[in-house]
Design a protein around this ligand. Structure first.
Ligand code: 3AL
Length: 174
């Protein structure tokens, strides 16, 4: 799909395709559709990033709370979005031993209790071991630092989802 094809989409089709680039937050692609014509894939990414940055802290935290835990209940019950399922699989979380699952569950719940939102990391960029270590390390950070860090990870996840959607077509010109 090239940028002209993206710009030619109706908002219904745009949302159908890009609705989950920020996990369970279709309001974000719905909001930035107004900025068409987009110049490039990077331009779409920049509009999403600016929209997120313009939100009050409560809105940013709301985005964080739309994300499922890594190795959490939704993974076990098959209730993840397809994007999240693929990302958690890529990091190795679909292949954990029972004791690894309980370890992740207890770290996730400690993190949520401490910060009030779930631990978020771009799972496609690390493996389960590094992610578990990072979760332990980040438990010692301040709430403010974690909020900033987590939003940065949401943007990385978004960038990879966008690329995956658009660049999988070899004829693309984005
Ligand atoms: N909690 C969390 O990081 N969730 C996610 N990370 C990612 O890459 N996909 C997710 O759903």
């Amino acid at each position: 799909m090239d940028i002209n094809a993206v710009n030619a989409l109706s908002y219904e089709d745009f949302l159908e395709i890009f609705g989950n680039v920020i996990e369970k937050c279709p309001i974000i692609p719905a909001a930035i559709w107004i900025h068409r014509p987009f110049k490039s894939l990077a331009d779409i990414e920049a509009h999403i990033s600016d929209f997120i940055d313009s939100l009050p802290e409560s809105g940013k935290e709301g985005i964080l709370r739309c994300h499922p835990d890594l190795a959490g209940r939704e993974l076990q019950s098959g209730a993840l979005t397809r994007d999240s399922q693929e990302e958690q699989h890529a990091a190795g979380f679909t292949d954990l031993r029972p004791e690894e699952v309980s370890h992740m569950r207890s770290l996730n719940s400690e993190y949520k209790q401490r910060f009030g939102f779930p631990f978020i990391i771009c799972a496609r960029l690390s493996g389960k071991r590094d992610i578990t270590r990072e979760l332990q390390r980040r438990l010692g950070d301040s709430r403010e630092a974690e909020r900033v860090r987590a939003i940065g990870e949401v943007k990385k996840i978004c960038a990879l989802r966008l690329r995956n959607l658009v660049l999988s077509d070899p004829t693309n010109k984005l």
